[in-house]
Every structure is written in C-alpha cells, then in structure tokens.
Design a protein around this ligand. Structure first.
Ligand code: NAP
Length: 486
C-alpha cells in the first residue's frame, strides 16, 4: 500500500465535500490549502449587504451535514458561512485545512509522476495528486470603464466588500443587474441618500418571499426526526431534477416558469419603469434572478434606474452616453466574475510542459467536470461544466469527490502511478455536451457568464441520473493509466 499524498486546493463547498470524502475513505496523507483566511469559498469572499442564497437552505447544504434549524427558508450569506465553519469543526476537518495559503503554481514532473506546488508562504509541497476545488465564481470581473481609477470616493466590487464602508446617507451608484446587483440594490436603497442602478441588460426577476423564516416547529421536528430531515433533503434533490429538466428541455414546465417571471414583472415592477426593466431574451436564459424586494427598492423615491450606456467614470460620478453625469459618493461594482478561470491565476504546468492557459485558450475543456487531458493526477471538483443553477452543487461536489477517490484508492492499492484522461474521451464528452446544449434555455439568445471565450456554454446540460451514471465508476478506456514501476 502506498498512501497517496493529496493536496486539495480550496475550502469552499467543493473543498469541504472532498475533505469529507477523503476522511470517510480513510486517506491519511492529505491537506486542504485555502487562500482565504477562513473556509467557505464564495461565502467567505462575498459579504456584501443583502447577500442571500436564492436556493432554499434545505437543499443548499451537504447531504452529510444536514442542518435541521436554518433560521430562514432562504438563508443569508452570514448564516451559510457559519454553517460551513460548523460543519468543518463538527466533522473534525479543521486540522486538515490550512488557510491563508495560496497555491501560486503547480508543476507536474514527468519523470517521477508527482506535482510540485509553490505556495504563497514561500514553501513548496510535493503531492501525488492535486484536487482543484477552486470554485467557479471566484475572481471578480472588474469592468474596463474609462476613468474608473479617477473616482473620488470608494469603489468596491461586491465580492470584495469593505465592511467598514459607510453607505447610509450617501449617493450610491451600482453597476450590474445580476443576482448580486439586485440583492445589493435592495439592501442599500433604504438607507441611501440616493441610489442609481446602471442596467446594461435588464434581467427577469422571479418574485419569492426571500425573508421567510423557517418556522420553529419545523426546526424542532427536524431536530427530533433526522430521518424525516433526510427524506426532505432527498425529496428536494429529486425536485431539483425538475429544475434541471426545466432549463435543459423545452416543455410546459419551462413555459410555466417563464410565464411566472413575466407575471412577476407585470405585477411588481412600477409601470413607468416596466419597459426599461423588460429583457429582450427569454426568462431563464441567464442565471435566473430571484428577489422579493428589488422591484420595491427600484420604485422608491431615492432610487433611479439608468439604462443609458456608461461612457466613463469621473471623480464625481458616472457619465452616460446622453451626456449626463450621475453623481455618486460610492461606486459599487456588481459586475460578476471571470467565471471560466477556475484554478487560475494559479500557473498550472502539466505533462511535457503543457500550460493550462494554452490548453484552455478557447475556454475550459474537461472530461465529466473532473479531469483535463495533459494534466495527469490532477482532478477538479465543481470544475468545467458544473451544474451551476440546476442540480445541487453540494450533491455534484460529493459525487465528483467520490469518483476521484476511486483513483486514489487504486493508487493506494498499487494499481497505478499516474492517470490521465485521454483527448479522445474529452472530445467525445464535449461533443455530447454541445449536442445536449442545443435545446437548453441558456441557448435561446442571451449573453451571460455561462458562455466561454470560445462560445461554448460552460454548464451541465444533462440530468442528475446522467451525472450519477457518468461519475459512478471510472471507465478505464477513457484514461491512460501508468502502472507503478516494480
Ligand atoms: P453577473 O450575473 O455576471 O452580472 C454581472 C452584471 O454586471 C450584468 O448585469 C452585466 O451586464 C453587468 N456588467 C458587467 N460589466 C459591465 C459594464 N462594463 N457596464 C455595465 N454593466 C456591466 O454577476 P453576479 O450578479 O455577481 O452573479 C453571478 C452569479 O453569482 C449569479 O448568476 C449566481 O450564479 C451567483 N449568485 C448567486 C446568488 C444566490 O443568491 N445564490 C447571489 C449572487 C450571485 P450584462 O448582463 O449586460 O453583461
């Protein structure tokens, strides 16, 4: 038996799931490296006002760590972050996680089949396997707007919020209309002297009572009956299968949700703004925004909506194409993420010196979310084609981690030294993906962060059963396996 040395990069949803699986399966030589000062991933980095998860808490949680007593049906960011800390502590994973440790580079050594990692602490670390659990929505996208650096007041990206920033009583400009922009506008509007929301493309906003508490009696029942909690979780996972079906297959269900989005706009948006707030693409095409408060916030007297194109930022505010200067004291960038970076800016060098940046010049390309040709013994959890917005992320992360653990077990059993997915299998998977993308709602004529540089859609177009089938057992024919030298 040769115990594999495993480095997991990232301690968010993907990293915690991987850590749990490694612990459960009795691996002993592994560590999780996290560049942030705490676990949680996006829930550590994002702490902007109004942050709430628009996926119900009873499904946005690990199956191996069900929480009976969420305070709200849709938990807030701080509640979810606390949950991640509790899970790590209660499962005894904390000692395995090194925070404030960024992996700057990872290089594969062809001769001995190991990875050498260069860390921000100045150390190097050698591993047999690297698992990149680095997340999808990690690196903030800073827009290239003329004069941004000249703004006189604070400029803050929502994913790097400054908790000391005072917004009450000030004039706030918010750029971006995704899930984040809608949440931050709703939260900042009541205290602001004025809030201007710059909308380049309006989004459909599904109305939902996001502040709904989880009734105490329900929490008490779940605490007393863990079996029931488990059944509810499974039921919700099954229900999320319907959601996956809605976005991937045209049907009456999709039309019903789209009708509800149109109804939310008609019923909630102020008549004077309805035209400006109406998208020119189908509901669900972009990642669906859900809010119970945005339309109310944007029709308030201190709020204004600007659809005119931004031409530049000046010390005193934001200039638009009609020549107007929209005065502001604080500029909030809710401009999203470089969603296809994955483990980058880490510099990854694989077999024969292949650089990940070159391999992914046209956008990320992987096999079943987990493996990349040219990069032996390197796996991804919630990697390319992860089901952001359809199937539960926690479910996919745990499933991927268990799949990867099968390769680690074979290493431990002396059956392999290195494993690398083939180009052919990766191409075949990507052809399947492209074909399955055709009828998806994401392909109905909108521009979103789902699209890669090469124009492919970086999501999971199949159902949950297909995911389970693809990630139950590795198919040896899809991999080059090198056996250990005797
Ligand atoms: P996003 O959906 O990518 O939205 C970015 C926004 O910024 C878009 O409205 C975009 O306009 C705008 N924008 C970018 N550059 C601009 C520029 N130069 N000028 C004007 N507007 C510009 O980002 P996000 O809102 O942060 O959301 C990203 C994802 O995070 C979501 O889709 C979701 O998956 C996740 N999220 C989830 C939750 C949750 O509750 N679960 C909450 C927040 C975020 P265009 O549309 O015209 O490009």
């Amino acid at each position: 038996m040769t115990e594999p040395r495993v480095v997991v990069i990232g301690a968010g949803v993907a990293g915690i799931s991987t850590a749990y699986v490694l612990q459960q399966q009795g691996f002993t030589d592994w560590v999780v490296l996290e560049k942030g000062s705490d676990v949680g991933g996006v829930w550590y980095w994002n702490h902007y006002p109004g942050l709430t998860c628009d996926v119900p808490s009873q499904i946005y949680q690990f199956a191996f760590a069900p929480k009976p007593d969420w305070e709200r049906v849709w938990a807030t960011g701080p509640q979810i972050q606390r949950y991640h800390r509790d899970v790590v502590d209660e499962l005894g994973l904390a000692d395995r996680i090194r925070c404030d440790t960024e992996v700057l580079a990872a290089e594969f050594d062809d001769a001995d089949g190991t990875w050498t990692l260069t860390l921000s602490t100045g150390e190097t670390m050698v591993a047999d396997f690297v698992v990149c659990a680095t997340g999808v929505l990690e690196n903030p996208a800073i827009p290239d707007i003329d004069g941004l650096a000249d703004f006189a007041g604070p400029v803050v990206h929502t994913a790097r919020w400054d908790d000391s920033l005072v917004t009450d009583g000030r004039k706030i400009a918010v750029i971006g209309t995704g899930s984040t922009g809608v949440q931050v506008v709703s939260a900042l509007q009541p205290g602001a002297a004025g809030i201007t929301h710059f909308v380049r493309s309006p989004q459909w906003v599904l109305w939902a009572p996001m502040g709904l508490p989880q009734v105490g009696a329900v929490s008490a029942l779940f605490r007393r009956a863990p079996g029931l909690l488990d059944r509810v979780h499974r039921g919700l996972l099954w229900g999320s299968g319907i959601l996956a079906d809605i976005v991937t297959t045209p049907s009456w269900r999709r039309r019903a949700v789209q009708a509800y989005a149109r109804l939310s706009l008609r019923a909630q948006a102020p008549a004077r703004l309805r035209e400006d707030l109406t998208p020119d693409y189908e509901p669900l095409c972009k990642r669906q925004v859900v809010s119970g408060s945005y339309y109310r916030a944007i029709r308030a007297r201190n709020a204004s909506l600007v659809t005119e194109r931004i031409t530049g930022v000046e010390p005193g505010g934001v200039r638009t194409a009609d020549g107007r200067l929209h005065e502001a004291d604080v500029l909030v960038l809710a401009t999203g993420f470089r969603a296809h970076d994955y483990m980058r800016p880490m510099e990854v060098t694989g077999r024969e010196g292949i650089k990940l940046d070159d391999a992914w010049a046209d956008g990320p390309r992987a096999y079943r979310m987990t493996a990349v040709p040219g990069f032996p013994n390197l796996f991804t959890v919630l990697g390319p084609n992860s089901p952001t917005g359809s199937i539960s992320l926690q479910f996919s992360a745990e499933l991927s981690a268990k799949y990867i653990a099968q390769w680690l077990t074979r290493f431990r059993d002396g059956e392999l030294a290195t494993v690398e997915v083939t180009e052919e299998a990766t191409d075949a998977f990507n052809r399947q993906v492209a074909e399955a993308m055709v009828p998806t709602v994401w392909n109905t004529g909108c521009n979103s962060w789902y699209f890669t540089e090469g124009g492919t859609i970086d999501l999971w177009p199949f159902d949950r059963k297909t995911m389970v089938r693809m990630l139950s057992r590795p198919e040896d024919a899809d991999f080059h396996v090198r056996v250990p030298a005797r």
